[in-house]
Design a protein around this ligand. Sequence first.
Ligand code: B12
Length: 213
Amino acid sequence: MKDKILNDIKAALMRGDRAGVTALTKAALDAGVSIPDILNDGLIAGMDIIGGKFKNNEVFIPEVLIAAKAMHEGMALIEPHFLKCGIKPMGKVVIGTVKGDLHDIGKNIVSMMLKGSCFEVEDCGIDVPTEKFIEAIRKGGVDILAMSSLLTTSMNSMKDTISALKAAGLRDKVKVMVGGAPVTKEFADSIEADCYAKDAAIAVDKAKELLKR
Ligand code: B12
């Protein structure tokens, strides 16, 4: 039953069937399937297959875009289940996808899971210029700057933002966390980020660790 419903979510996402993803995600929630299972084995699993097909030229931008829209519908349904904190935030995170990059699914999952772990999150959105990150941090009260990049061509915007933080005298005011499919620990070290996380669950653990440093 659980495997079938997760497979059906995956298949509906791959077809870009928004109504199907919505109905099946609701059905999975009603059946008590856990949120991490719906996210990882349903929605993300479907998007991973689309990613592989896109890479092999078996599907193209329009199909990826409709799958991404279906993914957003599914995520909107599970997000409220993450937001049951109700206690004082443990820290504030400013998050965004860097300049030149429009991918937001991974960034939104990280944001959702941080909120679910009692972080206050200010989401600057996609294609975020360095100045916008700096402005958000200059306002004060920010513990972590989290930047996402899915393109090898946009990764260097992370480096530019860290340089701009230094130039603005703000580098020691905030910890910097980076992630996204092409980002590695080595890259994070090379741009002097404070930490790298491979996925959203690890991002939450690392964010908690950063607050202790
Ligand atoms: C969906 C998608 C799109 C959608 C985006 C829709 C949206 N709203 O996001 C659309 C169709 C718009 C798109 C466009 C393009 N795309 Co695209 N896209 C993808 C695809 C298939 C899936 C990405 C995704 O959402 N994955 C699912 C999420 C859950 O995974 P994730 O993003 O990696 O996030 C996880 C971790 O990385 C991490 N994480 C993410 N962010 C952060 C941040 C922090 C701080 C931390 C700690 C962790 C973290 O946690 C997340 C959850 O666990 C990937 C293929 C792939 N395998 O990644 C290609 C891919 C990223 N795209 C690619 C390309 C080339 C493009 C285009 C240039 C295509 C074109 N010719 O126009 C454009 C670029 C547009 C732009 N300027 O950004 C390439 C990039 C190649 C490269 N190495 O640079 C990829 C890898 C496909 C490929 N194999 O060729 N794309």
